[in-house]
Ligand binder design. Structure first.
Ligand code: SF4
Length: 430
């Protein structure tokens, strides 16, 4: 979502005559777009702002945007004297005017929510040449007790289906063949008339679109209609990132995730029944207040049962203002225990993924070339429909092409592959 917001900001700045540069040192304007989901993310922003103060061109304007800007607002201006503007996720329209003000020496702040704001008239400047991130929903109406997002991004609101279809047609006409629909709980999308199933069918019907992904869904919003649409729209890829957070119903209740362990497993079963080749990844938090060894064992058992292809794993990070910070102190899980659980969880996920990936060596699959792997090593980073990363030899000229590859090696999480037949032509745009 932040990448997509940065693309919107770059778009509006380009429309106002700004030109982007490769490095902040020589820039007249430096915007740091931030995340507030974990304390670690915010600490990195603080470190980055310190670095910028030392290296930036004299007189440069520094702005902080995004969720940390929304959360801290005027405190950021107090703490960082070289920051002249602070803008939350609904205020990017004010960016050019606040930059102009900052160049005259004014310090500005825009952190009010605007429930109508969808930036429909912005032309995003996309970083990616192969796939397009398309926001379909802003904000979140869930109130998970550990999460700062409802505070920083406000209530849920969806873009109109016709606007999302128009943007998809535009990016496909521009040569991209994959889109990723974005929302905090993307499958609860509803524009007042159409639900997420309608959206998948409409986007999947855009000529030339070959791959359709979405992130991140909430398990409770996989209605029968949505699952049916996923199964019947050819472009929808066989991968779902399905945040779990914990495998213990007791902890899930304390997190206010609004499903139980059984409910989560039922969602997995319904998705797999409809899409047999489905690959699942997830998010897990360890060390949430009150998590016992038994609760953690339940998390490990779901991880083993579902056989996630991969997982983003985190230690609980208390965020000021969230209900989880007001839980009784005796429920706090020590950092030592949380670290030990995290290590066991990571080992479990990696071990399973390594075993499964070794079993896939020698098989053939379709990949899309997404980018160069590393400058100079003549390898390309490609992805399968079910979200595996495969490194294959090739050149930048092949970006955006579909190839058939044979999986020849694995590091455990990523693969290396050989191209086994002629490249397929690019899909026709339009
Ligand atoms: S669903 Fe929960 S975790 Fe996800 S953004 Fe909303 S409040 Fe945060």
């Amino acid at each position: 979502m932040n990448v997509s917001d940065s693309e919107l900001m770059l778009g509006t700045l380009a429309a106002h005559g700004y030109v982007s540069v490769d490095h902040p040192d020589g820039a007249d304007v430096i915007i740091v777009n931030t995340c507030a989901i974990r304390d670690h993310a915010e600490q990195r922003v603080i470190g980055r702002l310190g670095e910028l103060r030392r290296n930036m061109k004299p007189g440069a304007v520094v702005g902080v945007t995004g969720c940390m800007a929304q959360r801290l607002g005027p405190q950021l201006l107090d703490k960082a004297k070289h920051v002249s503007l602070v803008i939350g996720p609904d205020g990017y329209r004010a960016l050019p005017a606040l930059i102009e003000g900052a160049r005259r020496g004014e310090r500005g702040i825009h952190t009010t929510f605007d429930l109508e704001e969808q930036y429909e008239d912005f032309q995003p400047r996309r970083f990616d040449r192969v796939k397009a991130w398309i926001p379909v929903q802003r904000g979140c109406d869930y109130k998970c007790t550990y999460c700062i997002v409802p505070t920083t991004r406000g209530p849920e609101r969806s873009r109109k289906l016709a606007d999302v279809v128009r943007e998809t047609r535009d990016v496909v006409a521009g040569g991209m063949s994959e889109v990723v629909l974005l929302g905090q709980t993307v499958n609860s999308y509803h524009d007042g008339e159409h639900d997420f199933a309608d959206l998948l069918r409409a986007i999947g019907g855009v000529d030339g679109l070959r791959r359709l992904r979405f992130t991140s869904p909430h398990p409770n919003d996989f209605t029968e209609r949505v699952v049916d649409a996923m199964a019947s729209v050819d472009a929808v890829c066989e991968h779902v990132h399905l945040p779990m957070q914990s495998g213990s119903s007791r902890i899930l209740k304390r997190m206010l995730r609004r499903y139980t362990r059984e409910g989560y497993l039922d969602c997995v079963a319904r998705l797999r029944a409809a899409i047999p080749a489905l690959s699942l990844t997830t998010d897990v938090i360890v060390g949430f207040p009150g998590e016992t060894d038994e609760d953690f064992d339940e998390t490990l058992s779901v991880v083993r049962e579902v056989e996630f292809a991969d997982a983003f794993t985190f230690k609980f990070s208390p965020r000021d203002g969230t209900p989880a910070t007001r839980m009784p102190p005796e429920l706090t899980v020590s950092d030592e225990i949380a670290s030990e659980r995290l290590a066991r969880l990571v080992e479990t996920v990696r071990g399973m993924s390594r075993a499964r990936n070794l079993g896939l060596l020698g098989t053939r699959t379709e990949v899309l070339v997404e980018r160069e792997a590393k400058r100079g090593d003549a390898m390309l980073m490609t992805r399968t429909r079910d979200f595996k990363t495969v490194l294959v030899p090739g050149t930048e000229a092949m970006l955006g092409e579909y190839l058939t590859v044979e999986l020849t090696g694995t590091t455990g999480s990523t693969f290396t592959g050989q191209i086994v037949r002629e490249r397929q032509p690019l899909p026709m745009a339009g």
